[in-house]
Design a protein around this ligand. Sequence first.
Ligand code: SAM
Ligand code: SF4
Ligand code: FES
Length: 347
Amino acid sequence: MGINLLSLISRAEKEHKLTKGEIVAILENDEVNRELFKAADRVREKYVGNEVHLRGLVEFSNLCSVNCLYCGLRKDNKNLKRYKLNPDIIIEFAQKAVSYGYKTLVLQSGEGNFYSGEEIALIIREIKKFDTAITLSIGEKTEEEYKLFRQAGADRFLLRIETTDRELYKKLHPKMDYENRINCLKIIKKLGYELGTGSLIGLPGQTIESMADDILFFKEIEADMIGVGPFIPNVDTPFASEKGGTFEMSLKVMALTRLILPDINIPATTAMESLNPQGRLIALQSGANVVMPNVTEGEYRALYRLYPGKICINDTPAHCRGCITGKIHSINRVVSKNYGFKKKLST
Ligand code: SAM
Ligand code: SF4
Ligand code: FES
């Protein structure tokens, strides 16, 4: 007889450990998906409770100086009108978002030096005056810059490893260096940020084994937050005619991540909902405890076009806030009123 997958899931629920081979076995087989999702939901409830943390996402620039093969913001995509918000507008969007009740804001953009370090630091300092936690998601920076932003008050940093398969990483990221990415993650951790990372699911050439490695990597790097989402092909990229990842596989990787890292923050990602209209609610019931609604105003939402079918592009921050709150209540969960830092385990 092969491996008993149900007993693996029930052991992982108690001990939060699985080997690579065991993770592969669960990822390869869809017969125990329901049990996997239920176990991840129980672990979520036990370790991080019923509160859902809302992080308001400000997409402040779609300029990017690198060329990730999967992303619509890549430098060589000429079919995209580019924008870069002035610091005072970014601060205004942040203030409005705080007035809707957000206790954390995520400032996200393409990569590159389109703002000086001092400009970013100023934006952080001003937004911190509104009594909110700040997450940055602005790509690879120097240690000095990460330090500057941390000293200015940034609390968290998101930098997905995207894939731990080094060969694949190299193919997907021309002129970028896997070792440098790892080094950035280590610096971010060392500087006392809450560390967010994660991966894309269904990348061309990605194997199940490498997804299992991704999950083990999240544990090894001691991540505080993991975002997992399907790769969605974009016509304006070299991956226009690739297949893309599935909702189901993304959910499985996310649920396994919850079993292995029980007390971290895990978002129900926007890309999941872009593939399945109930995607975020399903994810919240399969291990996730965070949602990142868009708080970008006006036309910029539509211009931040990573992939087609991105949700909420014609909605306002006020509408999204009401929409997601209603959805969260519909599954008997509550919106958190605090900053949503990772809870430290008492043991
Ligand atoms: N430029 C920063 C970076 O790369 O870390 C932050 C912004 S980037 C747009 C945020 C995330 O979008 C990336 O980490 C990547 O995983 C995701 N992304 C990019 N293209 C995507 C696609 N086609 N489908 C799904 N997610 C995508
Ligand atoms: Fe730029 Fe980030 Fe998109 Fe890569 S994933 S092209 S760094 S915006
Ligand atoms: Fe934006 Fe539902 S969260 S419309």
